[in-house]
Ligand binder design. Structure first.
Ligand code: HEM
Length: 444
């Protein structure tokens, strides 16, 4: 094993990320080359693999992301780590995230049609109300206090929004919290078994679905949450929800989605919906539970930016974009080359793994002037936190609306907010996660 390859273990070793993301180390690699080869050694937290090409510069990342035919999301799916078995690969390939055109285009169009501008406007209105309620709930009658920003402020917002999108009973939203924890728990054991939701607190649908909640085997191991067997309760819930929406449609996005009969694209089948439900429950939840506190760390470490926001709330849109660039809640996604190609001098063979580092691209000095500076007035700010090209995040507008509403409410209600103990970070080479962020606040 060469020394240079040992020194690259930080890229994929989940343990490394508990100490914070390796922004400086990626910068040093990016200086040398746009694309590098990384072998995947077996580590305590990593089974090892066949290695990958790591794309580090902004321009090359965009080049990969926009060319879905050459750099496929389907062939090996989109995670750095290969699915454990061919069955697991086949299972994740049913999600639109892991599809290529034309299948991907069809589902994406149907889903995009369901997010009508009226539906999004209504959601945005509700997001503002949720932000006010969450912050008011933390303050109560007090003029100062302490809390965990992740648990008490950030985690409920995405759940409230997903419950609106799906039109599901609000009390069932904590189920999505458990499910997302289970999925990320495959890297961080603190989350691995999180069946905290009490079925008695849920709707009849939740109670029925939870009869299929996975249990540990005789050796205490849970089924892999990236396989269907590990998420049977989620699939049952999604199935029941889709049947209910087909029978009695509401005005929510899912009802519109399932009612669509498009001449060109046909309809969304219940099985297709089940996979979308999985994707949204995780993609629309975990990303924000990490992105909101991550962006907040940047703001609290830069009190001048906090004060500027208080003085001029019109800075909020730019501040949110910079928080997204700075934190980069999803650090990478993977593609598989469908044929031999040369990318910035790297001779990539058909079947090779190609990993796009959003975290590196978002600090590329070729695109961002003084990237290490947190600048809420940065313009333009072409960060890649939501990806690029055909798989560009479908929830980007809603994610930005949630971050903006919370930021505005926090700077409106609190005179000061300060970090009282070091945050703890998620053990994951994929999501840049914050597990706890203890803060002290004083009202304005
Ligand atoms: C700060 C929060 C978020 C971040 C950083 C984020 C990031 C991303 C990224 C990087 C991708 C591209 C994946 C690829 O290229 O393979 C993506 C796709 C996706 N995101 Fe998000 N996301 C966020 C919030 C959300 C929300 C709130 C939702 C839903 C309400 C959502 C739903 C999706 C879906 C469905 C896709 C797949 C799109 C496709 O395959 O065409 N995301 N997201």
């Amino acid at each position: 094993m060469s020394d240079s390859q040992t020194s690259l273990e930080f890229v994929y070793d989940p343990l490394r990320y508990e100490q914070g993301a390796p922004v400086a180390e990626l910068g040093a690699l990016r200086d040398r080359s746009a694309v590098i080869r990384v072998e995947e050694h077996r580590l305590a937290q990593w089974p090892g693999g066949r290695g990958f090409w790591l794309v580090l510069r902004h321009a090359e990342c965009m080049q990969v992301l926009k060319d879905a035919r050459l750099f496929s999301s389907h062939l090996g799916a989109t995670q750095l780590r290969d699915p454990a078995t061919p069955q697991d690969l086949a299972y994740v390939q049913q999600m639109m995230l892991n599809m290529d055109p034309p299948e991907h285009t069809r589902l994406r169009r149907l889903l995009a049609n369901a997010f009508t501008s009226k539906a999004v406007a209504q959601l945005e209105l509700k997001i503002g109300r949720h932000a006010r309620d969450i912050v008011a709930g933390v303050i109560g009658d007090a003029s100062e206090g302490e809390c965990d920003f992740v648990k008490d402020i950030a985690s409920d917002m995405p759940l409230l929004c997903l419950a609106e999108i799906f039109g599901l009973p609000q009390q069932d939203r904590y189920l999505m919290y458990d499910w997302a924890n289970r999925v990320i728990g495959y890297q961080d054991p603190d989350y691995a078994v999180s069946n905290a939701f009490d079925p008695q607190r849920g709707s009849a649908m939740a109670r029925e679905a939870l009869t299929l909640r996975p249990r540990p085997d005789a050796g205490g191991r849970m089924p892999d949450p990236r396989s269907r067997g590990g998420m049977q309760d989620l699939y049952r819930y999604a199935h029941l929800l889709a049947e209910q929406k087909r029978g009695q449609p509401g005005t929510d996005v899912v009802s519109v989605l399932l009612a669509q009969v498009d001449k060109e694209d046909g309809i969304v089948s219940i099985e297709e919906f089940e996979n979308m439900f999985w994707l949204f429950s995780v993609a629309g939840n975990e990303t924000l539970r990490n992105g909101i506190p991550g962006g907040m760390i940047a703001l609290l470490e830069h009190p001048d930016a906090w004060r500027a926001m208080q003085a001029d709330p019109a800075l909020a849109p730019g501040a949110v974009e910079e928080m997204l660039r700075w934190w980069t809640p999803v650090m990478n996604f993977r593609r598989t080359a469908s044929r031999d190609t040369n990318l910035a001098g790297a001779m990539i063979s058909a079947g090779d793994k190609v990993v796009v580092s959003f975290l590196s691209a978002n600090y590329d000095e070729r695109v961002f002037e003084r990237p290490a500076k947190f600048d809420i007035r940065r313009s333009p700010n072409p960060h890649l936190s939501f990806g690029y090209g055909p798989h560009f995040c479908l929830g980007a507008q809603l994610a930005v609306a949630q971050m903006r509403a919370l930021l505005l409410e926090l700077t409106r209600r609190f005179a000061t907010m300060e970090i009282t103990a070091p945050p703890t970070y998620l053990r994951s080479n994929f999501q840049r996660g914050v597990k706890t962020l203890p803060i002290r606040w004083r009202v304005r």
